[in-house]
Design a protein around this ligand. Structure first.
Ligand code: AMP
Ligand code: MG
Length: 344
């Protein structure tokens, strides 16, 4: 059966448009909206039918749970049991790019949690997101607003490219500030555990909670169910070249480019300005992702850089890794997933 595509509008977040978006959420429909991490695809988080539409629109496996987004603490009490560790984290980092896993209440539908007894709780630090949640007057369930498996969207246009015809409204909040999804920390065990790295780093969490575990991100059955799926994948294979000295890195890139060109492959390079400036521009499709070591801007540009290759004729991407420290842990987590899970 043919399904009619709806018209998708990118709207400025005026008071009127936020009201219109909130009305759609209340009516059980989907709305894409900006957060400080990436764009979210939102639905009324206490409405099972509405949440199921998210999975259909994204092509998302139903066992990959959604995060609930809140504007204030009073709203959380209805959805989750607020454990003492969570209170400390709320005080230290919320609103901000942190999702806290807590025991759920009976009001949270299975469609949100994929049948788990826990729920992810987040307070986005973005005025449009907060205004939308307040106007809708319900927690908003929202994963990233991309087609499942693709790089998360950090611009309204990226949402449009993936979800055009499937949603009515994309609220335009410009480019996202952080560019990588929230840190996920599970505080339901005595020692808190990071399930997904993000802009709130292990060191920052340790300052508040003391000892922290880190769940392996490549486990066959990861603690954050979504981590087992293909993620962040550009449309062509990506090879990640992890960091070494700048000289060594340049040598490896030159060698790989030469070998690939000998196989008649057109090569994309996603790397620092410094590296790209030293390579022969005629032999590659260059996509600079920021200055070397400027992790904030590399994180913010990461997904748009990956999506740039959608429109380039590169057949393979060589990507420069970053140091695996601080925000670099989150960046390398995404790059490794973009690289290893795609089948050439
Ligand atoms: P996304 O919003 O697209 O970044 O995906 C949400 C991420 O949060 C996925 O990796 C989920 O597996 C994870 N997640 C959501 N709820 C839970 C939960 N209750 N327990 C563990 N992980 C969760
Ligand atoms: Mg996602």
């Amino acid at each position: 059966m043919l399904s009619l595509l709806m018209k998708t509008e990118i709207l400025l977040p005026t008071r009127e448009n936020i009201k219109r978006a909130a009305k759609l959420i209340r009516a059980g429909e989907l709305v894409a909206f900006p957060t400080e991490t990436v764009y979210g695809l939102g639905a009324d988080g206490l409405n099972s039918t509405a949440c199921k539409k998210i999975f259909t629109a994204k092509g998302r496996p139903s066992d990959n749970p959604l995060i609930l987004h809140f504007a204030n603490l009073a709203q959380v009490e209805r959805a989750a049991k607020i454990l003492p560790a969570a209170e400390k984290l709320f005080a230290a980092f919320c609103p901000g790019p942190l999702t806290i896993i807590l025991p759920k209440t009976k009001f949270v539908p299975d469609a949100v949690t994929g049948g788990l007894a826990t729920v992810g709780v987040r307070f986005p630090d973005n005025d449009v997101a907060r205004a939308l949640i307040k106007a809708a007057d319900c927690p908003i369930a929202a994963p990233s607003a991309n087609l499942s498996g693709r790089p998360s969207p950090t611009t309204p246009q990226a949402v449009y490219n993936d979800l055009r015809g499937k949603i009515e409204i994309i609220l335009n909040g410009g480019n996202c500030q952080f560019g990588v999804e929230s840190t996920i920390v599970d505080v339901t065990s005595p020692v808190a555990e990071i399930l997904r790295p993000g802009a709130v780093t292990k060191e920052m969490l340790e300052e508040i909670l003391g000892e922290i575990k880190v769940a392996p991100s490549n486990a066959a059955k990861p603690r954050a169910p979504g981590m087992k799926y293909t993620h962040y994948a550009p449309k062509v294979p990506l090879t990640l070249i992890e960091t070494s000295t700048p000289d060594e890195l340049e040598k490896i890139f030159r060698r790989e480019i030469k070998n690939l060109r000998a196989e008649n492959k057109s090569v994309g390079v996603m790397a620092s300005h410094e590296l790209i400036n030293n390579l022969d521009a005629e032999k590659i499709f260059p996509v600079p992702y920021g200055r070397r070591g400027d992790l904030k801007s590399i994180a913010a540009n990461l997904y748009e850089s990956l999506r740039t290759f959608d429109d380039l004729p590169a057949q393979i991407i060589l990507a420069e890794g970053v140091d695996d420290n601080g925000l670099g842990v989150a960046i390398m987590n995404r790059l490794r997933k973009a690289a290893t899970l795609i089948k050439a």
